[in-house]
Structures are given as structure tokens and as C-alpha cells.
Design a protein around this ligand. Structure first.
Ligand code: R5P
Length: 311
């Protein structure tokens, strides 16, 4: 088995390789003067089971091209099996046509990864579970929920918890976390705009008064969804609001938005390499999912059960 990494999240790739007690495959990713990407593998991979770690986070297009070119290099070097390990699968939010004459980019990216030569895909908290069906190759979708639940139990286990989904679409994810927290009660933030042009109203379904609310979502991007939901919960009398989000995309002014919000704490994972601003923020904490991914890789290589990781 070999673990290769692109440039998108080297610390995570190193931590996964460390968990598996393997060195990272010696490869380099370079740029030509015109910014075209060139990947070179400096060791023999013929007949190997190779896992390429590369989240397709910002800059999404460059990171995606690095992944595709890396897979192509491995295929042409006769690797036996290539698994694209994409802890954060970019373009996932474009998973349906929101209007006429628009693309389904998540499907296009799935096609590109498959066409490049991947035999399998391993991802974490795909934005929508059905994205697995966009691939015609085996796709494992891991969940960060066990890592989050352990942290919540350790930090907030003594409090009167309430798991909250920031929108109706996230209820399944929130329910799964609540189940791991001894069936904690569930609330939902229901965003409504009664008429076009009117500002959005946040209604809270569930009684959050005096509760330590745990907001859960897959992505924090601009931070708007989460910070607005946190304020609405505090306005309804919540004791505190903490957010657990798998993928800290944190674009633009998101970190300062979080710092100025009603959130007690934002907890993200290292699926995406954190910016310095995120690392230095005293309101943001990062949990590692390297052991989770490492263990899944070990099980794929051994051909043992991956789903039993979540029993
Ligand atoms: C939406 O469906 C996602 O689950 C997130 O809620 C969304 O992407 C967060 O975006 P933002 O942080 O920009 O509000």
C-alpha cells in the first residue's frame, strides 16, 4: 500500500501516513511558467495499491487538476489500484440543476475523477449522500460524527444538550449526531422569506430555552448560515451555541464573521487545511479526522468492513 499526496492538505496526508506507519510516496508537483501542473512520481508504484490524498478545496480548480494529473501519472506507472481520497469533495453543492441551462458540476467532477483512472473514491461527509451514485466506481462516504460526538461528550456532556440543524435539509445529519449523544433532543432552524424582497425570518422548531445548543452542518463557507442561526437560537433563550462543522471552507471574511457572532465556539475538522486566520482564531478549534481516514484506508486495503467503523 502507498499513500501519495498533492499540495492541497499535506499536514493531513502526513498524519494519515503516520497513522498507517508509512512514509508518503516520493512525488513532486511542480508548475510550468504558465502555471500548468506537472506531477512526477520518484519511486516505483507498479502493482501497488495507491491512495492519493487531495481534498478539492480552495483553490478548487488547481487542486482538482492536481488530483486528476496525479491519478493519470499513477495509472501510466501501472499502479494496481488507485483510490482518490478526497476528504472534502468540492463542487458538491452543484448536485442538481437549480434552473434551466445550468450544469450539474458534482457529476462532471465525478466523471473526471473516474476518467482520470481512479478505481475507488473515499470521501468524508459528502454534501449529499446521493453523490455516491454519481460515481460508477465504489465510493466510501465516511462520517465525522463519531469524532464530533466524542468531543461533545468530553466538553459538553454535563450540559443540557440540544442538537440543532441550521436548515431543514440537514435534519438527517443532525438526527444521526443526536442518536450518538444518548438521543439528545433535536431542533431545526426554519428559514423563510414570505414574500420576495422581504428579509429572511428564522423560526426555531423546538424549545431551545436554557439548552446548550450544538449546531451541526457539513460546510461553513461564508459563515452566514451558521452565524444567523446562532443569533436566532440565542434570541430564543438558548444557554449557549456551539457549532460542529465537518468542512471549514471559511471563505472571505468568514473567520471574522465567526469571531463577531453569537457562537461560543466553532469546531471544524482538518478535512481542509486551515488558513492562518482560522488557526489563530480563539473561537475556532480543529479536530483531526486523520485516524478515521487512516483506519478506513487500512480496511479498504485489507478488504475488511468500512461501515463497521460507524456501528
Ligand atoms: C448548505 O446546504 C450547506 O450545508 C451549508 O449550510 C452552506 O454551504 C453554508 O454556507 P455559508 O457558510 O456560506 O452560509
Amino acid at each position: 500500500m502507498k499513500i501519495m499526496s498533492g499540495n492541497s492538505n499535506l499536514p493531513l496526508a502526513r498524519a494519515i501516513a503516520g497513522y498507517l506507519e508509512l512514509p508518503l510516496t516520493d512525488a513532486s508537483v511542480r508548475r510550468f511558467a504558465d502555471e500548468e501542473i506537472f506531477v512526477e512520481i520518484h519511486e516505483n508504484v507498479r502493482g501497488e495499491d495507491v491512495f492519493v490524498v487531495q481534498p478539492t478545496s480552495y483553490p478548487a480548480n488547481d487542486n482538482l487538476m492536481e488530483l486528476l494529473i496525479g491519478i493519470d501519472a499513477l495509472r501510466r506507472a501501472s499502479a494496481k489500484r488507485i483510490t482518490a481520497v478526497v476528504p472534502y469533495f468540492g463542487y458538491a453543492r452543484q448536485d442538481r440543476k437549480p434552473g434551466p441551462r445550468t450544469p450539474i458540476s458534482a457529476k462532471l467532477v465525478a466523471n473526471l475523477i473516474t476518467e482520470a483512472g481512479a478505481d475507488r473514491v473515499l470521501s468524508v461527509d459528502l454534501h449529499a449522500g446521493q453523490i455516491q451514485g454519481f460515481f460508477d466506481i465504489p465510493t466510501d462516504n465516511l462520517f465525522a460524527a463519531p469524532v464530533m460526538a466524542a468531543d461533545i461528550q468530553a466538553r459538553y456532556g454535563d450540559e443540557s444538550l440540544m442538537v440543532v440543524s441550521p436548515d431543514v435539509g440537514g435534519v438527517v445529519r443532525a438526527r444521526a449526531l443526536a442518536k450518538r449523544l444518548d438521543n439528545a433532543p433535536l431542533a431545526i432552524v426554519d428559514k423563510r422569506r414570505d414574500r420576495p424582497g422581504q428579509s429572511e425570518v428564522m423560526n426555531i422548531i423546538g424549545d431551545v430555552k436554557d439548552r446548550a445548543c450544538i449546531l451541526i452542518d457539513d460546510i461553513i463557507d461564508s459563515g452566514g448560515t451558521l452565524c444567523n442561526a446562532a443569533q436566532a437560537l440565542m434570541d430564543e433563550g438558548a444557554a449557549s451555541v456551539t457549532a460542529y462543522i465537518t468542512h471549514g471552507v471559511l471563505s472571505g471574511a468568514a473567520v471574522s464573521r465567526v469571531s463577531n457572532s453569537a457562537l461560543k465556539e466553532l469546531v471544524i475538522t482538518d478535512s481542509i487545511q486551515a488558513t492562518d486566520a482560522a488557526k489563530n482564531s480563539d473561537r475556532i478549534r480543529i479536530l483531526t479526522i486523520a485516524p478515521l481516514i487512516g483506519e478506513a484506508i487500512r480496511r479498504i486495503a485489507d478488504e475488511s468492513s468500512v461501515s463497521s467503523l460507524f456501528d
